[in-house]
Write a protein that binds this ligand. Structure first.
Ligand SMILES: [Zn+2]
Ligand SMILES: [Zn+2]
Length: 135
């Protein structure tokens, strides 16, 4: 039982780490089923939660739907309002440290972590193209 759980979890992690599309649990479920046909969506959710609790993946939620990311180094996310895709934004593009310092100086708050998400229209939607990602 324990061994099977570990194998399922590794497969889910592998699938997630091979994409940068920040997929939903449904998307992952469709792919896991190719290897484990009798797996349930609930099992996929449970494993995603364990991976998240272990700090191996990120859960990105907009309050309605969660997406998952195997990339756990420092980066931001941009979510497109049109296609719903989530894109990575490199940390050094947006300089946050001065803001954190400002917060400490003016409010006395010592920031240990933060969560910033950007919303808007992605490049391909702005071009009026059909997005190829996540289909
Ligand atoms: Zn888009
Ligand atoms: Zn990401």
């Amino acid at each position: 039982m324990q061994r099977r759980n570990t194998q399922q979890r590794r497969l889910i992690y592998d699938i997630l780490s091979r994409t940068d599309s920040h997929p939903t649990a449904d998307w992952i479920y469709e792919r896991v089923k190719r290897y484990i046909p009798n797996i349930s969506l609930g099992t996929v959710y449970r494993n995603l939660k364990v991976l998240k609790d272990e700090g191996l993946i990120l859960e990105i939620s907009d309050g309605k739907q969660s997406r998952y990311d195997a990339r756990i180094d420092d980066h931001y996310h941009f979510r497109c309002d049109v296609c719903g895709n989530v894109y990575d934004i490199e940390y050094d593009i947006i300089e946050i440290n001065p803001k954190v310092d400002q917060l400490r100086r003016s409010c006395g708050f010592k920031v240990s972590r933060f969560n910033i998400e950007f919303y808007g229209i992605c490049r391909s939607c702005a071009r009026g193209e059909e997005s190829e990602k996540n289909n």
